[in-house]
Write a protein that binds this ligand. Structure first.
Ligand code: NAD
Length: 381
């Protein structure tokens, strides 16, 4: 049987452009399906730069205007790897052209934009997914299985943090290439949309929706030179954000994120404490899941460190032999594999745009709470 082509048009060639391209090239080797990924076109504004990227990764063609890319009849799926302020506009245009859409996180600048995106993909009837890739780190997927099997019992606590240290220097400009994350007009928010979005997505996936939040944010460096205009401008992103909250299942949330935690580069950790058991995970040791089961005979009871590399662990049967780990990059490969399986079986892989709204409404609530210094109820997605 000839395979059905899955012709990708990628917009943006930065960090995520590379991560996704790597996944598209890898997926057919390790997760064969009825689809054959074809790297059809890569798009960015700088012609020489995108041509070099296309040559390096094997894209057949380039575009310098994303509007042209989303209209091309030889593209089946549009992959949005641009800064956050372009996600909505590109997604609406791609949906209007009946393209499948794989969109980077956060889905949108805010919930209002996100709702328009959900409406557009659902009206067009096109498959869609958001790249909350941490769901598909095998140890995190195993955590999902353990929770779904009810092993933890009633959940009391969910805590997560995502710590970095790369914006401490006041000399660092904001805006433009590589530094758009510091410019709220382009990023939408600071660490909340960039880092906490991941923590919240994993949390709502593992532990259900959130009901309310109480947040504080801080902008430690008040003014920075804008890289594009050269003007010194007010910084309006959140440099750090801490929040509490409750989940609909009654458990308590405790989240923290900052880019001012000297020594930490990408420390994403999560821990869930249930009546019978607890689990913990750490991105710096991503192939391990820590598990404590209180029902174990007391003299043997203790935290176990599960090396998530055995063939019956999620995704691992498709990789190497037991004991050999896979890395960060494969979470994207797993996402493409699941997306293709979803469209083949008519059972869409998540998080769809609609699923990602659960995170988007929490993000809006956090910023509203921090501004008003009040508890805020999380809106319906
Ligand atoms: N899933 C994850 O773990 C993860 C990690 C990093 C970033 N992200 C998300 O991915 C997205 C991109 O982040 P990044 O780190 O790759 O950024 P980046 O700055 O490395 O790359 C952004 C790319 O967008 C391109 N671009 C900007 N404006 C464009 C336009 N008008 N037309 C075409 N291309 C344009 C740039 O040329 C660049 O190649 C963001 O939404 C970010 O939040 C997700």
């Amino acid at each position: 049987m000839p395979k059905k082509p899955f012709r990708v048009g990628m917009i943006g060639y930065g960090f995520m452009g590379r991560a996704h391209s790597n996944a598209y090239r890898q997926v057919g080797q390790f997760f064969p399906s009825n689809h054959q990924v074809v790297l059809k076109a890569a798009c960015a504004r700088n012609k020489d730069a995108i041509q070099a990227f296309a040559d390096q990764w094997g894209y057949e063609s380039i575009e310098t205007d994303w509007r042209k890319l989303v209209e091309r009849p030889d593209i089946d799926a549009v992959d949005i790897c641009t800064p956050n302020n372009l996600h909505c506009e590109i997604a609406l245009a791609a949906a209007a052209n009946k393209k499948m859409i794989l969109c980077e996180k956060p889905l949108a600048m805010n919930a209002e934009e996100g709702r328009k995106m959900v409406q557009a993909v659902e009206a067009a009837g096109v498959a869609n997914i958001v790249w909350y890739n941490y769901r598909r780190v095998p140890a995190v997927t195993l955590a999902k299985q353990l929770v779904a099997e009810g092993r933890l019992g009633k959940i009391f606590h969910y805590r997560a943090k995502f710590l970095q240290d790369w914006t401490i220097s006041p000399e660092l400009p904001q805006g433009g290439n590589g530094l758009w994350r510091l410019d709220a007009a382009v990023a939408g928010s600071g660490v909340s949309g960039d880092l906490l979005a991941h923590c919240i997505d994993t949390a709502v996936w593992l532990n259900g929706r959130m009901s309310n939040v109480c947040a504080m944010t801080e902008t430690f460096i008040k003014e920075r030179k804008h890289q594009e205009t050269g003007q010194v401008q007010k910084v309006t992103i959140d440099d750090a954000c801490t929040f509490f909250g409750t989940f609909e299942n009654g458990s308590l949330a405790n989240f923290e994120s900052t880019r001012y935690a000297r020594g930490h580069k990408a420390l994403y950790t999560l821990e869930i404490n249930g009546e019978n058991a607890s689990i913990a995970w750490d991105l710096h040791d991503l192939q391990r899941l820590q598990y404590f089961d209180h029902r174990t005979e007391s003299k043997l009871r203790g935290w176990s460190s599960i090396h998530v590399t055995d063939s019956d662990h999620p995704y691992m049967g498709k990789w190497w032999v037991p004991g050999l780990a896979v890395g960060y990059d494969t979470s994207f490969t797993h996402q493409v594999a699941d997306f293709l399986e979803g469209i083949e079986q008519g059972n869409p892989a998540g998080p769809t745009f609609r699923d990602a709204m659960d995170t988007q409404v929490v993000l809006d609530a956090i910023l509203t709470s921090a501004k008003s210094k009040q508890w805020v109820n999380v809106d319906k997605a």
